[in-house]
Design a protein around this ligand. Structure first.
Ligand SMILES: [Zn+2]
Length: 304
């Protein structure tokens, strides 16, 4: 029997058809399986990447938080607040005059301001008023008068509410800026010095004190505490004699004295003490001047 050639034979075609059928079934199946695997792999890869990304961003966040704590990222944000809230003159605090007394009055203007101004005028003494945010017409006129009489007008905060102003650097700046604008708009003078309510170190500002002081200094404002406390802020009203003693006694040991007094309605004994206090300090050889940012600060924690 002549062997039929395989190619072109019926069997060949049958096999070809069979092969085609098998391939037709197999190829899509293989493709589906391969694709499925690939998809699974891709999905796995994607999941891995997402996990990695998440852990990296968590790390980044942690790092940023740590860094911002170290650098105080808050500093950067509040430094850009109130771009016109800067002292008019650059810091030059070098003046260290001898035998000088700086009389300072906190918390005004008040019902006592006119009396204080009158005494200062009579005695030809210049003083410094750390004012707060009083906006009634009388107070605004008194602020103008303080400036017109040649005294220094300085910032003491607008609200003088410890819990508000010392809540954060932002709160403090917002309050001080409000006062800065009030003084500027009322008197035409941009104040360059300030006093912390309660003094630079007090029970309310421990958490923010250093940042507050650094930020105010960065803006060119100079803080002043005091080294002669008249004692007129104490709960029980100090008599004029006590106030005089509180100041004149300790002043004998000082070369430069910053006297803390208060310009507020109930402080009548402060007004009463003023003339004899000025006289006695003059007898000790002191002259009087107002504070400017050129005067070397007296600050708690600093020693002359
Ligand atoms: Zn005060």
């Amino acid at each position: 029997m002549k062997k039929e050639p395989y190619f072109g034979s019926v069997r060949f075609f049958k096999n070809m058809i069979l092969l085609a059928v098998i391939l037709m079934v197999l190829i899509p199946t293989v493709m589906v399986v391969v694709r499925g695997n690939q998809l699974e792999k891709l999905e796995q890869q994607e999941a891995n990447m997402r996990q990695e990304l998440e852990s990296v961003s968590a790390e980044l966040l942690e790092f940023q938080e740590e860094e911002s704590k170290e650098l105080g990222v808050d500093v950067i944000s509040y430094q850009t607040m109130y771009p016109d809230f800067y002292a008019p003159e650059p810091l030059t605090a070098t003046e260290e005059a001898s035998k000088v007394i700086y009389l300072t009055f906190d918390d005004g203007p008040s019902e006592r301001t006119v009396e204080i101004l009158e005494i200062l005028r009579e005695k030809d003494v210049k003083a410094t008023f750390f004012v707060i945010g009083r906006t009634d017409e009388d107070s605004l006129n008194l602020m103008k008068e303080i400036v017109e009489e040649g005294h220094a007008i300085a910032m003491h905060t607008y609200s003088h509410r410890y819990t508000d102003i010392y809540a954060s650097v932002e709160d403090y700046l917002a309050d001080m800026y409000k006062l800065f604008v009030l003084i500027r708009d009322t008197t035409g003078v941009e104040p360059s010095i300030f006093r912390f309510p309660g003094g630079s170190i007090n029970g309310y500002n421990k958490g923010v004190y250093q940042q507050l002081e650094a930020e105010m200094l960065r803006r060119g404002f100079v803080p002043y505490d005091w080294n002669l406390s008249s004692g007129d802020a104490s709960g029980t009203k100090a008599s004029a004699a006590q106030i005089i003693n509180n100041v004149v006694g300790p002043a004998k040991k000082l070369d430069r004295g910053i006297v803390l007094m208060h310009d507020s309605e109930p402080k009548t004994s402060t007004v009463e003490a003023l003339v004899p206090m000025i006289d006695q300090l003059s007898e000790l050889g002191f002259t009087f001047d107002k504070l400017t940012s050129a005067v070397k600060p007296v600050l708690f924690g600093y020693r002359d």
